[in-house]
Design a protein around this ligand. Structure first.
Ligand SMILES: *Cc1c(COP(=O)(O)O)cnc(C)c1O
Length: 390
């Protein structure tokens, strides 16, 4: 028995009708009620568990399994693959641990992997590492489904949509079909969308992988990652990788993450709606160019986003005329922290070019919309734009 594949009773409750997403989020992964026990049991701190006799599971040693992970894995599985049987979810201590677990458990010397060239900024480091193992890595941009042209002979296709920080979108169904026709596995980095924004497994992916550090947990206080997939053999390899790399989540972090998921739908709806409002306000500003938000009807990503996403994320990106102007703008903001990362309840923004990794203009700003009152946030941004004009 694999606990992370089980779903809790409510999904078949209420006369068999499936619950809405808010209901699913607040109840995700909860155990059946037990008198005098809390609704969400607290973190289980254990390096080992009582284990007399034959060493059978589920809980033997703390690097293999932990009951607090089990509940969180169930919760994430219920959001990524509601109503789907046989999907297994594994949590990791960071998004990068999750990404590495898929790439390094699935690829062998001589294999070909197709990655995006405009994805998360650590992917070039991953590429270099894969190449030291004799794995061929090909890259293409996310937009225009450009990875399609590189699939011949590929063993694994890695998709990141919407891409971070450029917010291009690719057609997951189309890419997954083409990859599968060539015998390749497909993984989608679902960090930016969250499982309430898109469900890659339903779009044909073999793995949905994400950093839970961002909007999934949403408070900027936990690092987390996860992998969900339905191919039992592939997931067994991911699980084995977690065990041998020892890439495991602390029980406290797992519990905080689970607690945070209860408000996922509230946060996502608020933050994403405000992101659209902010994008619309920025569109009116002459100093703003290259404005991107997949939820804007005239955004280049919108058409495909509309087909495969149910929500468009909380990240808006745009370019100000110069590095100096962008720095003055970020300084002038009062409700927005100048910080990296995204998805938290407190808005953050940064000049992305300061890291040097992404191919973006010097004045490029990645803006993560938080849960502030929309009118306050938009007023703060417009004031900061005015004040930074000088
Ligand atoms: C942040 C991020 C990651 C890495 O996640 P960590 O939790 O920081 O390790 C991977 N992919 C995307 C798209 C991200 O935004």
């Amino acid at each position: 028995m694999n606990d992370s594949r089980m779903t809790s009773g409510y999904e078949t409750g209420a006369g068999g009708t499936s619950p809405g997403e808010g209901t699913r989020a607040v109840r995700a992964g909860l155990p059946d009620p037990v008198k005098h026990e809390p609704t969400l049991p607290g973190p289980v701190f254990a390096a080992h568990f009582h284990l007399p006799g034959d060493p059978t599971g589920p809980y033997t040693y703390g690097r293999d399994e932990n009951p607090t992970w089990t509940l969180l894995e169930r919760a994430i599985g219920e959001l990524e693959a509601p109503g789907q049987d046989g999907v297994e979810t594994l949590v990791f201590p960071s998004g990068m641990a999750a990404i590495s677990s898929v790439l390094f458990s699935q690829l062998r010397t001589g294999d070909v992997a197709v990655l995006p060239n405009d994805g998360y900024q650590a992917l070039p480091l991953v590429r270099a590492q894969l190449e030291t193992y004799g794995i061929e890595v090909r890259t293409a941009p996310t937009g225009g489904d450009a990875q399609l042209d590189l699939l011949d002979g590929a063993r694994l296709l890695w998709i990141e949509t919407p891409s971070n920080p450029g917010l291009d979108v690719c057609d997951v169904r189309r890419l997954a079909e083409a990859a599968h026709a060539r015998g390749a596995l497909v993984a989608v980095d679902n960090t930016l969308a969250t499982p309430l924004g898109q469900r890659p497994l339903e779009l044909g992916a073999d793995f949905t992988v994400a950093s839970g550090t961002k909007q999934l947990t949403g408070h900027g206080d936990v690092l987390l990652g996860y992998v969900a997939g339905r191919d039992a053999e592939a997931m067994a390899a991911v699980r084995r990788w977690r065990k041998i790399a020892g890439a495991i989540t602390g029980p406290m972090e797992a519990w905080l993450a689970h607690r945070s998921i209860a408000t996922l739908q509230l946060r996502v709806d608020r933050q994403n709606a405000t992101a659209l409002t902010l994008a619309q306000a920025l569109r009116e500003r002459p100093e703003v160019t290259g404005l991107r938000y997949p939820g804007l009807p005239d955004d280049p990503s919108h058409k495909i986003a509309l087909q495969q996403m149910r929500r468009y994320g909380c990240v808006v990106s745009f370019t100000l005329p110069s590095q100096a102007r962008a720095d003055r703008f970020l300084d002038a903001l009062r409700l927005v922290d100048d910080a990296t990362s995204f998805g938290g309840v407190r808005s953050t923004a940064e000049r992305r070019g300061r890291w040097g990794g992404d191919a973006v203009p010097e004045g490029f700003v990645r803006f993560s919309v938080g849960a502030e009152d929309p009118a306050d946030l938009v007023a703060d941004v417009l004031r900061a734009l005015d004040e930074s004009a000088g």
